[in-house]
Write a protein that binds this ligand. Structure first.
Ligand code: IPD
Ligand code: CA
Ligand code: CA
Length: 263
């Protein structure tokens, strides 16, 4: 698997950010028993990882623009290229000592995502994708799962919670899907949910109320694995609508239709 120069830079940044998260995750596990809990410590770990990733990328591409979850937008002199970064996807898992979290880095060129890296340090799983060159988990090329019937499928989702999302609408979606499928999973890291669709572990994924940094790298991965992605209404306004549905050519349309079944 030959990687481009920029992909090598993105991989190094993700690995370095991931190593920093791993060190802090050890301490988070100790802090669970303390009265104050690990809240402040985790937000420091999150920012520290973002700084590490930003410094690595900016050193290699000083002109590029950035969109980062913690630091927001940094406009570079080159507005045709933008890195989209989530330094810690799965913060709630991290905070609770659950080892399901990831670094996500995407590169957008003229509004199109052309490269993506998602790294899960707890499992040492590195997903990489370049537009037109496929998607890999470590050295293995990925394909979406081949299942054709919802009844055989395991579907991932994100469940709204206190202060987030439209609870009533989600309950309708869940009711529609749960009666049609073999299982539903809520892993708590949208970037890994999308990467897991690319890897064929999940047959599909849907969630609303997501941000570009949750989705950018993973969207490219699903496409490069031969899958389909759309917003909740089947269109391509994924960032603007903040919603995503992903799956193979059979399950993506079937899930879209099921989600929208009237009450
Ligand atoms: C969150 C995770 C989670 C999803 C949330 C996201 P964060 O990102 O991806 O799975 O359900 O909506 O905000 O906050 O852990 O970076
Ligand atoms: Ca996130
Ligand atoms: Ca985050």
């Amino acid at each position: 698997m030959a990687r481009s120069a920029i992909m090598n830079v993105m991989v190094q940044a993700a690995l370095k950010g991931g190593r920093s998260l791993t060190r802090d995750f050890g301490e988070v596990q100790n802090l669970q028993v303390s009265l104050k809990g690990p809240g402040d410590y985790v937000s420091q770990a999150d920012k520290k990882a973002e700084n590490i990733i930003f410094n690595e990328l900016q050193r290699a591409r000083p002109d590029y623009s950035f969109l980062m979850e913690e630091s927001g937008t940094i406009a570079g002199s080159d507005d045709q290229h933008r890195f989209i970064i989530d330094p810690l996807d799965g913060t709630t898992n991290f905070l609770h000592g659950i080892p399901i979290f990831a670094v996500s880095i995407a590169l957008e060129r003229q509004g199109q995502i052309v490269a993506g890296v998602i790294y899960n340090p707890a499992l040492d799983e590195l997903y990489t994708a370049e537009r037109g060159s496929g998607v890999f988990l470590n050295d293995r090329r990925l394909r979406v799962a081949g299942r054709r019937k919802l009844e055989d499928c395991v579907i991932a989702t994100g469940i709204p919670h206190l202060g987030r999302g439209k609870h009533g609408q989600y309950l309708v979606e869940l009711r529609n899907v749960m009666g049609e499928v073999a299982g539903i999973r809520r892993m708590g890291a949208a970037a890994l949910d999308l990467a897991s669709v690319a890897a064929g572990r999940f047959d599909a994924f849907w969630e609303s109320d997501l941000q570009p940094w949750d989705m950018a790298a993973g969207l490219l991965m699903v496409r490069e694995a031969g899958g389909f992605v759309s917003d909740m209404s089947g269109g391509q306004d994924i960032f603007a609508s903040k919603s995503v549905v992903a799956g193979n050519e059979f399950i993506h349309p079937a899930l879209l239709q099921t989600l929208k079944k009237p009450v």
